[in-house]
Design a protein around this ligand. Structure first.
Ligand code: PMP
Length: 395
């Protein structure tokens, strides 16, 4: 058996390509906006995490330009050694204030935050308790630590309590997505915190999809529930509402000090480049100044949800501007997605193992900058194609 035999045998993606149903690595020829250029055509983007529409904002772009002019394009080293700039520190102060924690620490991606924090903070003979649908970076971070990993059923508080009872004698950390990334439902944080306090567990919220979307001015899930104080660690990413790439962890001073000196993905990887740091900093300012964006995102959510419900789509447990349209089989999702992009709507298919087999879905996500006309046009197309494919009942 040669090591590379498996690469020749990996045919799933090729079969989809041969059937012209491959929906990954699609090449976009413009900025990430409410409409994008794809294969030379302008189409409506309903598959982006650019919730507040800031990736192409003039102030955000100008901040990046100015930072590149002053600091150049990279830091050529990790935060630990030569790669910490004054603007990294300013951004950390801004983020700590944004989410309401004493300190924050910036990493080069959100994925690396979860890897570095979980693997350093939770150690041998301790436990990491995860919701089964937590993001891949949490699952990988947990795997990387020497702690034991326990899973509970998605948002199932009875199951979480059972897990906590079994871990009663141990140190443990519960980590959840604040807003779950595929189905758009919100973590049951009040109950999770109650249970955590009852069983003496630390709580960490991955707020990748909560920042910009929930809470006062988009301050996130903990703010939304008024539970910032009682949540120990808040993680966020810059790759969604904050218009760039990178991530942060926020917590009390001692916890950040520990992570800063222990997280290998921070210490042994290059720091976030100046252009990205400055654009995130400007994006936070714009988010706080232009509160209409947050309001528009939720108005758009109401418009699209009302259309989807009226058409008879199954939108699962979603409560946020991430809205799944559950279609059933993986192949149905691939065909639906392909037909939508041909008709002018960019969406993403989510199939097993990312969701349970038979629960494949089209993941729709909105931006503050979508117009009512764009949403209605996209919904007209979705409804027509879904009826033709018998995903929703005919009229
Ligand atoms: N956590 C969640 C819930 C996410 O959805 C993502 C991104 N898909 C990440 C973490 C990783 O963030 P980043 O893109 O910054 O690596």
């Amino acid at each position: 058996m040669g090591l590379l035999d498996k690469v020749g045998k990996f045919q799933v993606a090729r079969q989809l390509m041969a059937a012209d149903l491959y929906n990954y690595f699609r090449v976009i020829e413009s900025a990430q906006e409410n409409t994008v250029r794809y294969k030379g055509k302008e189409i409506i983007m309903l598959g982006s995490n650019n919730y507040l529409g800031l990736t192409n904002h003039p102030k955000v772009k100008e901040a990046a330009r100015a930072a590149i002019a002053k600091y150049g394009t990279g830091c050529a080293g990790s935060r630990f050694l030569n790669g910490t700039l004054d603007i990294h520190i300013e951004l950390e102060e801004k983020l700590a204030a944004l989410v309401g924690k004493p300190k924050a620490l910036v990493f080069s991606t959100g994925f690396m935050v979860n890897q570095g924090v979980l693997s350093s903070l939770v150690q041998r003979n301790e436990s990491i308790i995860v919701d089964r649908t937590d993001h891949a970076s949490i699952i990988d971070g947990a795997r990387l630590s020497f702690a034991d990993v326990r899973k509970y059923k998605h948002n199932d508080m009875e199951n979480l309590e059972l897990v906590l009872q079994n871990e009663r004698e141990r140190n443990k950390l519960i980590i959840i997505d604040g807003v779950f990334s595929m189905e758009g439902d919100i973590a049951r944080l009040p109950e999770i915190i109650e249970l955590a306090e009852k069983y003496d567990a630390v709580v960490m919220v991955d707020d990748a999809h909560g920042v910009g979307v929930l809470g006062d001015h988009g301050r996130g899930t903990c703010n939304h529930f008024g539970l910032t104080e009682r949540t120990h660690l808040i993680m966020g990413t810059f790759s969604k509402s904050l218009a760039s790439v990178g991530g942060f962890i926020a917590a009390d001073e001692d916890t950040i000090h520990f992570i800063q000196h222990q997280a290998r993905s921070l210490i042994f990887s290059a720091s976030m480049p100046p252009g990205s740091v400055a654009s995130v900093s400007a994006a936070v300012d714009v988010m706080l100044e232009e509160s209409w964006r947050h309001e528009a995102l939720w108005r758009n959510n109401d418009i699209m949800r009302q259309r989807l419900d009226a058409a008879g789509f199954d939108t699962g447990p979603s409560e946020t501007p991430i809205i799944p349209a559950i279609v059933g089989e993986d192949m149905t999702a691939f065909i639906f997605c392909r037909r939508l992009i041909d008709e002018g709507v960019f969406v993403n298919p989510v199939v097993s193992p990312a969701v349970e087999p038979g629960n494949a879905l089209i993941r729709l996500s909105l931006m503050a900058t979508h117009t009512e006309d764009e949403i209605n046009k996209a919904m007209d197309i979705m409804e027509r194609v879904a009826r033709e494919m018998e995903i929703i009942p005919g009229r």
